[in-house]
Design a protein. Sequence first.
Length: 304
Amino acid sequence: MTSAAPPSINATTALLEGAGYVPDRALATVVHLALRMGRPLLLEGEAGVGKTEVARTLAAALGRRLIRLQCYEGLDLSAAAYEWNYAAQMIAIRLAEAAGESDKGTIASDVFSERYLLRRPLLEALAPDAAGPPVLLVDELDRTDEAFEAFLLELLADFQITIPELGTIKAAQPPIIILTSNRTREIHDALKRRCLYHWVDYPSAERELAILRARLPGVPERLSAQIVGFVQALRAEDLFKVPGVAETLDWASALVELDAVALDPALVGDTLGVLLKYQDDIARTDAPRIERLIEVARRSVPAE
């Protein structure tokens, strides 16, 4: 594994593929540019298309630490960046007063020092690391609010965080920052301007088959091709939520556990809950539709 940014797009593609991620040319290009230019990368797309996996794969391929901040509604600085160890600070103040220290400025400078600072993911990503700058994953940013986005601007632009009581903490070497969004709401333009951007779409049948083979090499070839053909056809149906690549991989694993060698209507019907996560979608995918989709999948498999 290398700790240096790949010298070319082809080298970036090889780096990702070597760690089990099969990118298309456009994704490999923007990842390459993010690494070479030292810019944060914002990946948007439907859930399950492999956005989070880009960060995991980069960390593994480059031998870097992965620091993940899972976003949620109501996320604030104390959970995302830092907070003070108030209990330890109170003890320190009591001890200082008991020792006869009366200078409030001296006490304040002591209790608001780094030893009382609790580092959360964003601040932790700025700390030096012997293996090299970590990969910081800010996952599902669209779950937070605009106030949190505003806080991120300093980090994304200057790789630093300003703490009012302490000052500015800046990374000696900028971390690799990847943000993801499922686009449940629009991300503010001010944040997008500080990032390179890429929309991660559902893969083509050829690439999805390559992903399946890379991640689950034990799946029989014929079954792999039928799985991809079925999922590709299913995505063209009128569903509330079509399956992503993550569901394709889960379904393939489930079918292998059931010793399947080819798709059949009963097996597909029994395992639809692995692919589809809404009851209305499962109900729409009735026996006649399943048979039709299996036939489409079989036609997509090259003759032996």
